[in-house]
Design a protein around this ligand. Structure first.
Ligand SMILES: *Cc1c(COP(=O)(O)O)cnc(C)c1O
Length: 397
């Protein structure tokens, strides 16, 4: 998720006296972390330093010992991975149209061309069946996205990749703590990119991390992270690649170090709440009403988001109207996401309505309901009752 979730409906403006506003999401930060941040601020070293190193070590442990480097976003991580892979002008990168626009913006940033492949409407992730038809001699990489934390099928993905000699940048911004067949996302595969934006399952305020394949890639990632600089001895400095300014601060890293011990607890809580959503939606007859529910995965996803699709078509209430009425009832919702290929930048590249009909339909109707660890099952009941009342105004919820 991203700045797009800061839509008017996400703002706590309409809280009633009876019930506090329920935002779509909010981070949980404990007092020990806040005290730890104060300590860093008093320490005299507040930008990249020992806390970043400690965070990288913990993340590497989580990823089966693979090299991990921390950055100030989960966007630059993907851009840097593409640069390390040598992707640039004249190359194509295959990705999904249903993601935060960062996923495809990074392809343009390195001068390559995004090639969108339609989604599987059940998982809402890129349809692996359609990837091979999109591969051309210019294809260099694939950026799959684990939407809402539901992992893309890694077995099928890497079978295609091996056959065609492509690189992968896994956009796992939303799937930190999820797993594929019991292995944590990040512990296997090619490049894996995480985001620690406040809406993600764990946060560093802003921040991200990139899982790499070897020390040589990790060294290059460090260069791209800070102006391309390599230091040696007391006074040696060389610059042989053009890097940027993507380093994480120690203050932010300390927030992350306070979050990681809660990862399992947070994701367990999210899973319980997802189960409560299914129970309440089933009991309320959501499916008969035309609501589309996410896959009932309770073993691999981290339940980063709980997203429904609203009834489509002429008689249906418009999504903006549903969101506005939810907001009036004190409940924040979000849209993750509008179809990327229909943004002006991408239309200028030739993409148009009708190119990716399955994604377009989901993007038009998808709605993210509140889900975060500090929520209670009673909050879930309230969300579902309110949604049913909005969609079915004539009948008691
Ligand atoms: C959050 C997110 C990103 C980008 O992360 P930032 O840390 O905000 O740069 C990229 N892709 C997806 C799918 C995301 O949800």
């Amino acid at each position: 998720m991203s700045a797009s979730s800061q839509s008017p409906s996400g703002q706590p403006a309409a809280a009633t006296a009876a019930q506090p506003y329920l935002p779509m999401t909010r981070p949980t930060i404990d007092d020990a972390t806040i005290a730890g941040v104060a300590e860093v601020l008093r320490s005299g070293w507040i930008t990249s330093g020992p806390n970043v190193k400690a965070l990288e070590a913990k993340l590497s442990e989580h990823c089966g010992g693979r090299p991990v480097r921390a950055f100030n976003s989960g966007t630059c991580t993907m851009e840097i991975a593409l640069r390390i892979a040598g992707v640039g002008p004249g190359h194509e990168v295959i990705t999904t149209p249903l993601s935060w626009v960062a996923t495809s913006n990074v392809i343009l940033e390195v001068g390559a061309r995004p090639v969108f492949v339609d989604i599987d409407p059940v998982t809402r992730n890129i349809d692996l069946e359609r990837i091979e038809a999109a591969i051309t001699p210019a294809t260099r990489a694939i950026i799959p996205v684990d939407l809402a934390g539901l992992p893309v099928d890694r077995d099928r993905l890497y079978a295609i990749v091996r056959k065609h000699g492509l690189r992968v940048v896994e956009d796992a911004a939303q799937s930190f703590g999820a797993n594929w067949r019991g292995r944590p996302i990040g512990a296997a595969g090619d490049f894996v990119s995480f985001s620690f934006h406040p809406n993600k399952n764990v946060t560093t305020i802003e921040g991200g991390a990139l899982v790499l394949n070897n020390d040589q890639e990790a060294k290059l990632a460090e260069q791209y992270r800070l102006q391309g600089v390599v230091r040696s001895g007391f006074d040696g400095m060389e610059v042989d690649v053009v890097g940027g300014k993507f380093n994480l601060t120690d203050v932010a890293a300390r927030v992350g170090l306070g979050q990681l011990p809660h990862l399992v607890e947070f994701n367990t809580r999210r899973t319980e709440l997802a189960r409560a959503y299914f129970a309440a939606l089933d009991a309320a007859g959501a499916a008969e009403l035309g609501l589309g529910l996410p896959p009932r995965d309770f073993s691999q996803t981290n339940w980063h988001m709980f997203q429904v699709t609203l009834p489509d078509g002429s008689g249906a209430l418009r999504r903006a109207e549903v969101m506005s009425r939810m907001h009036e009832a004190g409940i924040g919702t979000g849209v993750h996401y509008p179809a990327i290929h229909l943004f002006a930048v991408y239309r200028r590249l030739g993409w148009k309505e009708g190119d990716l009909p399955l994604a377009e339909r989901v993007c038009r109707t998808i709605l993210t309901l509140p889900l975060f660890p500090a929520m209670t099952p009673a909050d879930v009941t309230r969300v579902v009752q309110t949604l049913m009342r909005v969609l079915r105004p004539g009948r008691p919820a």
